[in-house]
Write a protein that binds this ligand. Structure first.
Ligand code: GRF
Length: 207
């Protein structure tokens, strides 16, 4: 059994998808323990607590940067028995960059979802970047976190078409629907030990 924390900063729709998937018994090897946010007004906190009965914690930065802040997260994780040996940490719209100390501690146990086909359109506003660039296909990527932003080994990615009639909002919504499907699937594969890393390539192992 893996103990899971979800880190959010905002509306929490990916968090919702993960917790729904767990509630529907699709993530049998996962125990969601806590949702942590750096933003006390994150809508997802209310959803976690009221809809799913999951504990929530707010850790305000108060100007703290890097490991100085992240060590508070590490300490909360330990309070919930989420250790590098049994933990999974899912970033779901979490708007801070994790320090390398934190990433090293939870090496290959931190997952993120990004709304583009990485390595294209890293960073903020990926959907707008793709839309403005004029690509005909975009999508989303679930990847492990490494020391840089949006560069970690890719677990799974899927594409969506971009139509001439689309607005940026249409594209964002189409990608988001896919995110809600892909993130729980990646977590499931991870929790079932079906991912094997070689170099920076993640292979699916059939068990
Ligand atoms: C999603 O588009 C996700 O890919 C990105 O941030 C957004 C978070 O949305 N990392 P939500 O809070 O999960 O609704």
């Amino acid at each position: 059994m893996l103990n899971m924390a979800i880190l959010i900063s905002g509306r929490g729709s990916n968090m919702h998808a993960i917790l729904s998937s767990h509630a529907q018994s699709e993530l049998r090897n996962i125990q969601p323990c806590v949702v942590i946010s750096n933003n006390k007004d994150a809508l997802g906190l209310k959803i976690a607590k009221e809809q799913f009965g999951i504990a929530t914690e707010v850790i305000l930065s108060n100007g703290k940067k890097g490991w100085e802040y992240d060590k508070e997260i590490a300490s909360v994780l330990k309070n919930y028995c989420i250790y590098p040996s049994n933990g999974i940490i899912c970033l779901a719209g979490y708007m801070r960059i994790l320090s390398s100390q934190f990433v090293r501690q939870y090496k290959l146990r931190i997952l993120n979802i990004h709304p583009s086909l990485l390595p294209s359109f890293k960073g903020l506003h990926a959907q707008k970047q793709a839309f403005d660039y004029g690509v005909k296909i975009s999508g989303c990527t679930v990847h492990f976190i490494d020391d840089n932003v949006d560069t970690g080994p890719i677990i799974i990615q899927e594409s969506v078409p971009i139509y001439d009639s689309d607005t940026e909002e249409d594209l964002s919504n189409r990608i988001l629907q896919l995110e809600h499907k892909l993130y729980p699937l990646a977590i499931k594969l991870f929790s079932e030990g079906k991912l094997r890393l070689e170099g920076r390539k993640v292979y699916l192992v059939e068990k």
